[in-house]
Design a protein around this ligand. Structure first.
Ligand code: 13P
Length: 301
């Protein structure tokens, strides 16, 4: 049965001039049928570059929205329409407006894992890969950073600027238990520890490298180590094992995103079969949020 679905997905994809994009946290079966697998920013850039008529996005809502902002001509359909992001839900545009009143001298930098409404209020977005560079590029010595407190704490430790942090967090990463990481380190003392900056701060201070998912791949590519302990969503282990079959990977803890797990082959097929008009963003919001996202793509990686 899965093979039949895969054949039908392939046929419809060609017929409709579609591309399938999957985030590295997606279930293995989805990564396998995708045209491109990548981090959230890479996927948005691919959507913009390919200018396909139809983009089937396998990930969570803010990622599909970012792809739409960067490629407004394409129809971008989120394969699992209920796949939201607990982190993006932590902060709204109104929250940022309140913080701006409190810190009128500060520029705001918001992690791309955020709602359109929040993006529209911010000077720039950033990814886990370029957060420090974007903060350094902000035209003030004070910065409001949100919605992720762990990434914000990491940025604050790596800049001389004063950072006002919104206390949001990814509920999957936030629940990671440091005792699991220490156990893995004891089992694999030779392994490099790579941790996503959404993980609890104590994980970041125990890591060899703090990297986004794309950064992890680029680091492993040039590393001479053969074993790695990975502190991020567990879908990433499948991605790394596929890319680097000669290296070994283990998860640093139980980090499972229920929203990422919602995508199925059946939903991808349904998205290809339907005439869904996809992600729609009111023009005024798209203009302001798009400017913040474009600034992010212009600064660093
Ligand atoms: P990346 O930007 O590394 O793809 O991470 C996205 C994400 O949602 C992490 O939880």
């Amino acid at each position: 049965m899965p093979n039949k679905i895969k054949e039908e997905i392939e046929r419809l994809k060609n017929e409709r001039g579609a591309i399938i994009l999957a985030h590295s946290y997606q279930p293995g079966v989805i990564q396998d049928i995708a045209d491109y697998v990548g981090d959230s920013l890479e996927l948005s850039r691919i959507a913009a570059r390919e200018s396909a008529e139809l983009v089937i996005f396998c990930g969570v809502r803010f990622m599909a929205e970012t792809a739409k902002l960067l490629s407004p001509e394409s129809t971008v359909v989120l394969a699992a329409p209920d796949a939201d992001c607990s982190l993006a839900a932590c902060m709204s545009g109104a929250d940022l407006r309140e913080m701006k009143k409190k810190y009128p001298e500060a520029t705001s930098v918001m992690y791309v894992n955020s709602t359109i409404d929040l993006k529209a209020e911010t000077w720039a977005c950033c990814t886990s890969a370029n957060s420090i560079e974007v903060v350094e590029a902000a035209p003030s010595d004070e910065v409001i950073f949100g919605p992720d407190r762990n990434l914000g704490t990491w940025v604050a430790a790596n800049t001389d600027k004063k950072i006002h942090i919104w206390p949001g967090g990814c509920h999957a990463h936030s629940g990671a238990d440091i005792r699991d990481l220490r156990e893995k380190k004891a089992e694999w003392p030779d392994a490099e520890v790579l941790v996503h900056p959404e993980s609890p701060s104590v994980f970041l201070w125990e890591a060899d490298k703090v990297l986004g998912t794309g950064g992890m791949i680029r680091h492993i590519e040039q590393s001479t180590s053969s074993r790695f302990i990975i502190g991020t969503e567990e879908g990433m282990i499948y991605r790394l094992e596929t890319l680097f079959p000669d290296k070994q990977f283990v998860a640093a803890g139980k980090i499972l995103c229920p929203d990422m797990a919602l995508t199925t082959l059946e939903l991808v097929l349904k998205a290809l079969e339907s005439n869904d008009s996809g992600i729609e963003i009111p023009a005024e919001l798209a203009e302001r949020a798009g400017a913040a996202v474009r600034r992010m793509t212009e600064i660093g990686r």
